[in-house]
Design a protein around this ligand. Structure first.
Ligand code: HEC
Length: 102
């Protein structure tokens, strides 16, 4: 039972990451960001999970304007907001970003 539970939650996490990759592509995050050298290299997200906490990554996605001010980010164009992203899409994106460790 314990084993089955552990396997089950790993599979779930995997699905969220895969969904996150899809959302990342669909939302064209790569116009301003790159992962593993693909996309806009000025905004590399490689190792972002080492640099930021999960809550901060989520904050960037749900409140980019607030985070731009808070983190004094100067790169232009500034990150745009995604008010139409479903909560599960945000969760999936965050799950994906959390795999980007250095
Ligand atoms: C119009 C350009 C643009 C788009 C599109 C964009 N971003 Fe950003 N994003 C930025 C800028 C500018 C920053 C500030 C940090 C920097 O200079 O890279 C940032 C910061 C971030 C950070 C924090 C990175 C760090 O190193 O501190 C994350 C995470 C992030 N964006 C995720 C996303 C995701 C996920 C998407 C797609 C849903 C997205 N961004 C779309 C411009 C953009």
């Amino acid at each position: 039972m314990v084993v089955a539970l552990a396997v089950g939650s790993t599979a779930l996490a995997q699905t969220a990451v895969e969904k996150g990759m899809k959302v990342y592509t669909e939302q064209k995050c790569s116009l301003c960001h790159s992962i593993a050298g693909k996309g806009n290299v000025k905004g590399s997200l490689d190792g972002v999970a080492t640099k930021l906490k999960e809550a901060e990554i989520r904050e960037w996605i749900v409140d980019p304007k607030g985070m731009t001010t808070k983190m004094k980010a100067e790169r232009k164009p500034a990150m745009k907001a995604y008010p139409n992203l479903a909560k599960e899409d945000v969760d999936a994106l965050v799950a994906y970003m959390m795999t980007l460790k250095k």
